[in-house]
Design a protein around this ligand. Structure first.
Ligand code: C2G
Length: 132
């Protein structure tokens, strides 16, 4: 009896798509069968106080181009996570551990996992390097 496919979901801006993002996606796919990635729109980024260098239309296409990603959807607000988890029948909500504990309320709906960030790289560090 084959077990049903498992699905994980993660959320982010993914500005200047880099190895830290790819490491996260790859490690998620080592544990779950499908990965859904919700990419913050430019409007939601403004709510998060973030100005991304790369526009949403390109950021979501770059995420879609990643071999570990099965589906990419827009993230338009903080509150959509519970609906996304139900709609996509998600088994795990996964984030890097800079968010440790911040989404534990979702444990009522699915497994909540925080994975170690990749050290030494971030979109903001890349921006500073490019500006230098
Ligand atoms: N990340 C990582 N290692 C890095 C940089 C980022 O593992 N060196 C992870 C973060 O922990 C996060 C994801 O990559 O899980 C996306 O990071 P950002 O694009 O910075 O997204 P963020 O601003 O954290 O938005 O509703 C949740 C928000 O949309 C998260």
């Amino acid at each position: 009896m084959s077990s049903a496919l498992t699905t994980a979901i993660t959320y982010g801006t993914y500005d200047l798509f880099h190895i830290g993002h790819v490491n996260l996606f790859r490690r998620i796919k080592e544990r779950w069968d499908r990965l859904i990635v919700a990419v913050s729109t430019d409007e939601f980024n403004a709510l998060k106080g973030k100005q991304s260098a790369v526009p949403f239309a390109d950021r979501i296409e770059l995420v879609r181009a990643c071999r570990y990603v099965d589906l990419a959807i827009p993230e338009t607000c903080w509150e959509q996570k519970a609906d996304d988890i139900r709609r996509h029948q998600v088994q795990a909500f996964v984030m890097g551990d800079d968010w440790l504990g911040k989404f534990d309320e979702l444990k009522a709906l699915c497994e909540v996992v925080y994975l170690p960030r990749t050290e030494g790289v971030s979109s903001s560090e890349l921006k500073q390097y490019i500006r230098a």
